[in-house]
Design a protein around this ligand. Sequence first.
Ligand SMILES: NC(=O)c1ccc[n+]([C@@H]2O[C@H](COP(=O)([O-])OP(=O)(O)OC[C@H]3O[C@@H](n4cnc5c(N)ncnc54)[C@H](O)[C@@H]3O)[C@@H](O)[C@H]2O)c1
Ligand SMILES: O=C(O)C[C@H](O)C(=O)O
Length: 312
Amino acid sequence: MNKITIIGAGRVGETTAQILAEEELCREIALMDVREGIPEGIALDILQMAPFFEFDCSINGSSDPQILRDSDLVIVTAGLPRKPGMSRSDVLEANVRIIDGVTDQIMQYAPDAMVLIVSNPVDTLTYRVAQRTGWDRNRIFGQAGVLDAARMASFIAQETGFSALDITTMVLGGHGDTMVPVPRFCTINGIPISHFISEERIAAIMERTRQGGAEILALRKNSSAYDAPGAAVAAMVDAIVNNRRRLLSCVALLEGEYGESDIAMGVPCVLGERGMESIIELDLNARERADFDRSASAVRADIERLNSLSLS
Ligand SMILES: NC(=O)c1ccc[n+]([C@@H]2O[C@H](COP(=O)([O-])OP(=O)(O)OC[C@H]3O[C@@H](n4cnc5c(N)ncnc54)[C@H](O)[C@@H]3O)[C@@H](O)[C@H]2O)c1
Ligand SMILES: O=C(O)C[C@H](O)C(=O)O
C-alpha cells in the first residue's frame, strides 16, 4: 500500500502511526489533526525512530485536509474519548459532528480510499460514515472486535498460564457493555477453553472482557486505552496491506446478515486487499443469539438517537 492517512493525531492516532511505521505497512504515513503543529511534531518524532526500527517510509503531519490526497486507506481516530463513569455512547453527540466533518474531507480529498473507523461509539459512527458516503460497504469498516478479542485472549493466557500466541478468541456485537464474547469459538491451539477453565471462570473472563475498556480508563484516569487499540488497528491494516484474508471480528454494515440490516456492528469478516470482503454468518445457539440481539438493540438505540439529532 502506498499511503495511509490517520485523522486524529491523539493517543490512538499516534500509537497507530508508530506501529505502522515500525512494521513498514506502507510507503507514506500522513497524520492530520485540528491542533496546529501537533501532527507535524508527532510525524517528526516518529521519523526519528527510523534508525532504531530500520524503516524508511515517509511520515508527514498537517492540519490541512489536503494531506488526505492520494490516500489508499484513511484511519479515523478523531474525536473525544469518554471519561471515567461515562459509556462510549455518551460521546456520540460530540463525535458525530466531528466525524461528519471528517467524512466530508475524506469524500473531497480521498474519494477512492477505504475508511477504518476507530472513534467511539464505533458501531454507530461506522454506520454514519457508511450512510454519509454511500460507498460500498467493503470500503467502510470499524475496529472493535480485534481489540476485544485480544483482551479476552490475554485474560485467558493469564488464567491458564499458556502463551497468548496459541489462544484464539471471538467477540461479536456492539463495542459496548453488551458486546458478545463467544467462548464456544475460543480455543487454545484448537482445544476448547472449557477443557482448561471452569464455567464460572469463563463467565468472569467474559465479563472482564466486556469491561476491558472501562478497566483501563479507571486506572489511567485521564485517558482511555491506546496501546492495544493501536496494535489492533495495525493488525487490521496488516491484513489489508498483505491481502491476508484474515477472519477477524470487524464492525461492518449488515445487509441482512444475522437477520439485521441498516445497522453496523461487530461480526466475523474476511479482511483483505479490498477491505471488508465478506461477512461470515455463524450458526449461533439460542444463548448467543439472544446476547447478539440484545447488543444489536443497544446499537440501534444509539442509531435512533443519532437520527433524532439535528445535524446537517
Ligand atoms: N474502537 C476502539 O476500539 C477504540 C479504542 C480506543 C479509543 N477509541 C476512540 O478513539 C477516539 C480517540 O481516542 P484518543 O485516546 O486518541 O483521544 P485523544 O483525545 O488523545 O485524540 C483525539 C484527537 O482527535 C483530534 N480531533 C478532534 N477533532 C478533529 C477533527 N475534526 N479533525 C482532525 N482531528 C480532530 C483531537 O485534536 C485529538 O488530537 C475516541 O473516540 C476513543 O473513544 C476507540
Ligand atoms: O474504553 C474506551 O472508551 C476506549 C475503547 O473503546 C476501548 O475499548 O479501549
